[in-house]
Write a protein that binds this ligand. Structure first.
Ligand code: TXA
Ligand code: MG
Length: 344
């Protein structure tokens, strides 16, 4: 299959809408990461997503809507006051809510679960695509399974060339990390995957916010996570990633030592560092993660991809504090590192 990479325009959106209606897959931009979309109401189309990504069949997809009134048919009971408050505050935006599903949503979308994940994205091209398709769009991140999520159309092309007919290019994504996934089926909102809508923002609306234990540690033997995606080693570069956490000077010193040791063993080390710290690493090969957690959110997946492109086999990354969007950054880095975190 020939994969076309075209800029977002009224013509390409109309073409993409047709493709979705006819059961095909389209790569498209959202404010978080690029998505790989299919008609959410068509089980066969949805199965193609799993094939194109090489995604395990037990990992459910998010259904994307372009107006609040599209939510009702997808869910079994009315949103709770807590869910409503979150929707009012953060939709459209980088937030996904888990509801009990209606019978209209194919089991292929929810991987057999009786709940459905729904997101109302803010990106104008994502909303225009849903409008053009005239149906909700099921979409995971548009990477091949196990690869870092794509934050540019070129990343999608790298992973999906020859597998899908069309990728819409809307430029780099704003947030750079996938949406916050929140289970709103209980009394208290529970964060299953941290993202751009932070724990603090959720607590500001709901009074409190729980964080699923699987967010910041590896799963125990035989443990079943509430969000199936949590059990896979995600976002991973090919090289072995280690995160170093502690005071800035101690971190720089430890990373320099690790880098030099790896180099003397004949490995190809690489450092991921906050921009302020780059000079401290001297001649060592290093990529900038940006100046703070928000910039890191934006840069982290692209840095992991670049680490692969550079052939790095020992990657050492600085950590950020786990408040605000820092929790999401550390969740993604932690999972990419299989939670190999060195405290100094
Ligand atoms: O920002 C995003 O969320 C992007 C863009 C394209 O919208 N999408 C995305 O999808 O990241 P994906 O498939 O890569 O991640 C969806 C996550 C997975 O961890 C999955 O396990 C979880 O959401 N999920 C989906 N449905 C669920 C459900 N019913 N219950 C619990 N977790 C669910
Ligand atoms: Mg993904």
């Amino acid at each position: 299959m020939q994969t076309q990479l075209l800029p977002v325009s009224p013509e390409t959106l109309a073409r993409a809408g047709e493709l979705i209606r006819s059961g095909e897959l389209v790569g498209f931009p959202t404010e978080t990461v690029y998505g790989l979309g299919a008609n959410a109401m068509d089980a066969d189309a949805v199965r193609r997503i799993f094939e194109a990504k090489g995604r395990p069949g037990d990992n459910p997809l998010i259904v994307h809507i372009s107006a609040i009134d599209q939510l009702g048919p997808l869910i079994a009971v009315k949103p709770s006051p807590m869910a409503r408050a979150l929707m009012d505050a953060y939709w459209p935006g980088p937030m996904t809510l888990i509801f009990p599903k209606s019978d209209l949503v194919p089991m292929a979308v929810t991987a057999g679960l009786d709940t459905v994940a729904v997101r109302f994205p803010a990106h104008p091209a994502a909303r225009a695509l849903i409008d053009a398709a005239r149906r909700p769009i099921a979409a995971p991140s548009a990477n091949r399974s196990g690869r870092p999520s794509p934050t540019t159309a070129a990343h999608v092309f790298e992973d999906m060339d020859g597998r899908i007919p069309l990728i819409l290019d809307g430029g780099p994504c704003d947030v750079g990390l996938e949406s916050t996934v929140i289970d709103v089926t209980g009394v208290e909102p529970r964060i299953l995957r941290p993202g751009g809508v932070t724990r603090e923002m959720i607590a500001a609306v709901c009074g409190s916010a729980g964080v699923d234990p699987a967010v910041m540690r590896p799963l125990k033997e035989g443990e079943r996570p509430r969000s199936p995606g949590m059990k896979y080693r995600h976002y991973a570069p090919t090289g072995e990633l280690t995160i170093v956490e502690g005071g800035p000077e101690a971190v720089v010193e430890a990373i320099c030592g690790l880098y030099d040791a790896a180099l003397s063993e004949g490995r190809r080390p690489l450092i991921l560092a906050l921009s302020d710290h780059l000079p401290a690493y001297g001649e060592r090969k290093a990529l900038s993660l940006g100046a703070d957690a928000a910039e890191m959110a934006h840069a982290v997946f692209a840095c992991l991809r670049e680490a692969d492109d550079l052939g790095a086999d020992a990657i050492f990354s600085e950590a950020v504090p786990e408040d605000g969007v820092g929790l999401a950054v550390m969740n993604r880095l932690g999972r990419a590192a299989a939670f190999r975190i060195l405290k100094v």
